[in-house]
Design a binder for this molecule. Structure first.
Ligand code: ACO
Length: 329
């Protein structure tokens, strides 16, 4: 049997035009550029236009990934979308994206929610389905319109998040030792540190839930920070160990861009110099699941990833989910 490696055939990303700076935010809530930069490393973030839907951002990123891979929407038979800010509760935003892109009706299309680890979860799911041979070309999209669930009066969260989409096309290669070498997924099972209490079956939307702001993100930032540093480090070390690798063999680490201090703590744990860890959090803030594919796409297009390089993707998110993936290009 021909060995079947799953490979990323192309990547794409999209960020909305509108830039919201720290200076502007400091006129909206009691904060300052100095506080935001010192505590998070974020200088600005992108905010979708009110009429710009999650699916619109996803379509832009997906079109760029398809173009990069040399494929067309008609070639896709599997679409996996990671998000917790879909256009609406049902249908899955994957079906909206399918319609907007013209992906064939024979394709399997669904959403998954692993918060900020969403892209790595979706990549693993899509690659596993492609590896069975029952699907040929998968489109993986991670997209978030966080501006729609952020409380713009809560300075402890509104300064951190931004909107974006990232995408990758997954296929197979007969060349062994390339592509997605492995993944490590997990979750801590915590529902109290980061959540949106309203709008689900526990607290369906009502005038009271809206008045309480229950449909906004709630986060215990300090506690999330501590767990994030630990589980990002564990997720990175465990996958390296599983593959008999050491961190110095990784050409570029692409971590979830939540906070520069979390990324720096990860670099220290892995004993990697700053130039081996990709950072763009200063421009976009935390774009949740979109952050890893956005960083991956920027790194590829900036020539930071060459053929044969090993890259390590690593993320954590609400849940608290975590994930890591090793890719040989
Ligand atoms: N501007 C000014 N002051 C602020 C702001 C702000 N925007 N936000 C909070 N403060 C104040 C607090 O009220 C507090 O004041 P106090 O000491 O008088 O009580 C003080 O600043 C310190 O606040 P801390 O929360 O202790 O600040 P910390 O250094 O922990 O930084 C931060 C906060 C940036 C939120 C950090 O904890 C963090 O990044 N945590 C991780 C969050 C994260 O990564 N979340 C993403 C999860 S991924 C997903 O699935 C969406």
């Amino acid at each position: 049997m021909v060995p079947r490696s799953t490979v990323i055939l192309g990547t794409g990303s999209y960020t909305p035009e509108r830039i919201l700076t720290n200076e502007e935010l400091s006129r909206m809530v009691d904060t300052s550029d100095e506080w935001i930069v010192t505590r998070s490393g974020i200088r600005e973030r992108r905010i979708a236009a009110p009429e710009e839907e999650t699916s619109d951002m996803a379509v832009h990123a997906a079109k760029r990934a398809l173009e990069d891979s040399g494929l067309k929407a008609a070639d896709i038979d599997l679409l996996v979308v990671a998000t917790f800010t879909p256009d609406m509760r049902i249908p899955a935003v994957a079906c909206v994206i399918q319609q907007k892109l013209g992906i064939p009706t024979a394709a399997a299309c669904f959403d998954l929610n692993a918060a900020c680890s969403g892209f790595i979860y979706a990549l693993d799911v899509a690659a596993s389905m492609v590896a069975t041979g029952r699907y040929r070309k998968a489109l993986v999209v991670a997209v978030e319109k966080l501006s729609s669930v952020v409380d713009w009066k809560d300075r402890s969260t509104c300064v951190l998040f931004g909107d974006a989409a990232g995408a990758a096309v997954v296929g197979t290669s007969s060349e062994a030792g390339r592509g997605l070498l492995g993944t490590r997924l997990g979750a801590v099972g915590n529902t109290e540190l980061l959540f949106i209490p309203g709008g689900g079956s526990t607290s369906p939307a009502s005038p009271e839930s809206v008045a309480n702001g229950d449909h906004f993100i709630k986060m215990k930032g300090k506690e999330v920070f501590k767990v994030a540093v630990r589980i990002m480090g564990d997720a990175a070390r465990e996958i390296l160990e599983q593959h008999g690798l050491t961190a110095d063999q990784i050409a570029l680490v692409i971590p979830h861009q939540a906070n520069l201090r979390i990324i720096e703590a990860l670099s220290q744990q892995l004993r990697l110099p700053a130039d081996r860890v990709f950072v763009n959090v200063q421009h976009y803030g935390n774009t949740s699941g979109a952050s890893v594919p956005l960083a991956l796409d920027e790194a590829r297009k900036a020539g930071r990833i060459r053929s044969g390089d090993l890259t390590l993707l690593v993320a954590f998110g609400a849940g608290l989910t975590y994930g890591s993936a090793l890719i040989r290009w």
